[in-house]
Design a protein around this ligand. Structure first.
Ligand SMILES: C[S@@+](CC[C@H](N)C(=O)[O-])C[C@H]1O[C@@H](n2cnc3c(N)ncnc32)[C@H](O)[C@@H]1O
Length: 229
């Protein structure tokens, strides 16, 4: 499904979110930058927007690995890297890999980001345990993901997701099915409290969840204990 929408993925993101997705990613980048990581894994990197935003926005510039299991998405990311439009792209390397079996050694990254990817993992708990394994002791996890909006906003939001978005998406990407899936997966996604519990169950501590834009999206951050290897 992601392979089908890859060529129009960025355009669809900008238009369907009215550009707010860029602001959400900037909040994620600021959270990453506060801990000055030297190595970052951007899991489920898709077309690489988070990886490029980290390369531009985090100082000193870390070494960034953008990983995804969908080669057509990585092709888009690599083409963007070569385009010269993304400052710092030289610090980003893209690689094929499954978030449920991350092809990286234990304790090998200072930070892991996953934006709009956790919802799509076939087994969230397994993915979160893998992220915990790959982080260094004291390393940080940052999850940007859709969430459940405030009650007053839900009728309007779900009307947009289920009635407006699939038609708009068909016009933009030619793929109504993928965006019906988007609405369904957002509607079925757990609350911030449930995601916090899942992150804790994978071994993390110091967990925070910051709602954004009436709770449509949340930024979850967590730490691997410095005492665990
Ligand atoms: C909605 S896109 C998000 C892309 C990007 N992070 C962003 O912010 O635009 C979800 C991505 O998750 C990837 N994905 C889903 N399951 C995965 C898995 N098990 N391992 C690696 N990538 C996965 C998909 O291929 C897709 O590129």
């Amino acid at each position: 499904m992601f392979g089908r929408i890859a060529p129009r993925y960025d355009t669809a993101n900008r238009m369907l979110s009215a550009g707010i997705d860029r602001w959400w990613r900037r909040r994620l980048v600021r959270a990453v930058g506060r801990h000055h990581p030297r190595t970052v894994l951007d899991l489920a990197t898709g077309s690489g927007d988070v990886a490029f935003a980290i390369a531009r926005g985090v100082r000193p510039a870390p070494e960034i690995t953008g990983m995804d299991f969908c080669q057509p998405m990585l092709d888009q990311a690599e083409a963007k890297g070569r385009s010269g439009r993304f400052p710092g792209a030289g610090n980003v390397r893209f690689t094929l890999g499954d978030g449920l079996e991350i092809p990286l050694p234990n304790a090998s990254r200072d930070a892991i980001t996953i934006a709009f990817g956790l919802r799509n993992l076939a087994d969230r708990q397994r993915g979160l345990r893998e992220m915990h394994r790959v982080l260094k002791p004291g390393g940080r996890l940052h999850v940007l993901e859709f969430s459940q909006p405030q009650a007053w906003f839900r009728p309007l939001y779900y009307f947009y997701l289920r009635r407006v978005l699939p038609g708009l998406a068909r016009w933009l990407t030619g793929d109504r099915e993928a965006y019906l899936y988007l609405g369904d997966s957002i509607g079925a996604f757990p609350t911030r409290e449930e995601i916090t519990n899942e992150i804790r169950a994978a071994g993390f501590g110091e967990i925070t969840a910051i709602p954004m834009t009436f709770g449509i999206v949340a930024l979850h951050s967590a730490a691997k204990s410095p005492a665990v290897s």
